[in-house]
Write a protein that binds this ligand. Structure first.
Ligand code: F6P
Length: 471
């Protein structure tokens, strides 16, 4: 049995992904996604335990220490990965919670696996949490954990934070197991969301679909007659990054030199546009390519003087909609490059790869304009990384209004990615923006990102959780 911890984080993935090669040798690399980017520094400063899956099926590992954290691996079988992770989490909940951009699929077998795996996570956390510990559950993959864990360990204080949007009740109601999901969440003491819209959507679902009482942002659950009433708080906690550390990295000589090299390797374009995403249909990569392709077609920008570097890191590659998206994106990139390349010079530099953080920082510094065109996005930490990396204040951020970041970063050029004409005008505005205007906007964006960093986010959530425990 692992040592017990006073602070426990539970997330679908551990911050490190394991791969086992044919000879059985194990290698670790950082897991993808914003959750890990945000939570790793929070954990390192708190000496807690992190309960999560190793990223590979059927790998049995004992708890171990890495990067200043105790990691507690939960083993998932290949069937569980397919039904709980790829199925229910990423082909049912993910599209349902992101405006049904693609159709969610509802399968009872997937739901049963979700229920079973949530129990596994709750049991692992119940073992590792010390008496009276604080447990912080993360994201849509683990919505049943709060109630399951409370049943196993009533002594714990339990928080849950949703990194992705929470849908309007009219959409959430499609879920055949909607009451079970809400009951699972109502096991927490504090429930956190990225934007106030998300929290309001959630509260409306609780009012409409459960017997709980909602007053403002307080929910009361339980049976009045049996005197087992419990109060929980719903709050809005926009997540962020370790902004100072990222800015310091971006300001380093090594990153500055690499940023110059990147521009040279790209053929010294006059303007470098940048997109950085997991290859996911919520990110609006096709919309971005359409916007850029039309600007080229209409002669409003000329290649190769203006080029786009698109990093699309591999994600959920066995899920059907992700395979389709990859094909569509790659066909579109091929068409644009076919139509507008010169020998040895392409307008779209497409990288279906994952890069170390130093290389990402150099790409942000090398870019003139960052394009975030998500159709729906809980926060979008890439936007905040780009801002933190603009140590010389030169870059322009274009941000979809459908990101949580749009609430936090109003000095960006905020636009609607569905409005292709409007989006094209926004890109042209970014290209023509006078230096002083660019710097003024970026200075104020940086002030916000530096002030509201990930430590402030975690402190606020955890202090509300501590207060809930004593009230
Ligand atoms: O925040 C959304 C999220 O699903 C996280 O839970 C996750 O860490 C990240 O995106 C990457 O997704 P996945 O773990 O499915 O690769």
């Amino acid at each position: 049995m692992p040592d017990q911890a006073d602070f426990v984080v539970i997330a679908n993935r551990l911050p490190l992904d394991v791969t086992v090669d044919d000879s059985g040798e194990i290698t670790w690399e950082r897991s993808p996604g914003g959750l890990v980017t945000a939570m790793a520094p929070v954990m390192q400063s708190r000496d807690g335990a992190w309960v999560g899956w190793s990223g590979t099926p059927d790998v049995d590992l004992t708890p171990f220490k890495a990067d200043g954290m105790t990691l507690v691996p939960v083993t998932l079988s290949a069937d569980e990965v397919s039904d709980y992770y790829e199925g229910f989490s990423n082909a049912t909940l993910w599209p349902l919670y992101h405006d049904v951009i693609v159709a969610p699929e509802f399968h009872r077998q997937w739901w049963n696996a979700y229920d079973r795996v949530n129990r596994k996570f709750a049991e692992a956390a119940a073992t590792v949490a010390s008496e009276g510990a604080t447990v912080w559950v993360h994201d849509y993959q683990l919505q049943l954990v709060p109630a399951l864990l409370r049943k196993l360990r009533p002594d714990l204080t339990i928080g849950w934070f949703n990194h992705i949007p929470f849908p309007p009740v009219e959409i959430f109601s499609q879920l055949p197991w909607r009451e079970r999901v809400l009951d699972g969440l109502l096991g927490a003491d504090v429930l956190g969301f990225q934007r106030s819209w998300d929290s309001e959507n959630f509260l409306r679902s609780v009012k409409r679909l459960t017997g709980a009482t909602v007053r403002g942002r307080t929910i009361t659950v339980g049976d009045k007659t049996k005197r087992v009433r419990r109060r929980l708080k719903v709050g809005v906690y926009p997540i962020s990054i370790d902004a100072a550390a990222f800015a310091e990295l971006a300001a380093s000589d090594a990153v500055a030199t690499r940023a110059q090299e990147i521009r040279t390797e790209l053929g010294d374009p006059d303007v470098l546009l940048l997109g950085v995403d997991r290859l996911d249909y919520t990110k609006g990569i096709r919309h971005r390519l359409k916007i850029f392709g039309e600007l080229l077609r209409d002669g409003l920008v000329a290649a190769p003087q203006v080029c786009l570097m698109q990093v699309a890191s591999p994600s959920r590659e066995r899920v059907e909609q992700y395979k389709t998206l990859r094909d569509e994106v790659e066909v579109t990139v091929g068409r644009i490059n076919g139509d507008y390349s010169a020998l040895g010079r392409v307008p779209v530099h497409y990288l279906h790869q994952t890069f170390p953080v130093e290389e990402m920082a150099a790409m942000y510094r090398a870019a003139d304009v960052m394009l975030v065109t998500s159709l729906r996005d809980g926060m979008n930490l890439v936007a905040k990384e780009f801002v933190a990396a603009q140590v010389d204040l030169n870059g322009v951020l274009i941000l979809s209004e459908f990101t949580g970041a749009a609430d936090d970063l109003p000095q960006a050029l905020v636009m609607n990615p569905h409005d292709i004409e409007g989006a094209k005008r926004t890109v042209l505005r970014a290209l023509d923006m006078p230096r002083e205007d660019r710097r003024r906007r970026m200075r104020s964006l940086r002030r916000r990102v530096m002030a509201h960093d990930v430590t402030a986010w975690a402190d606020r959530f955890l202090s509300d959780l501590a207060e809930a425990a004593t009230s």
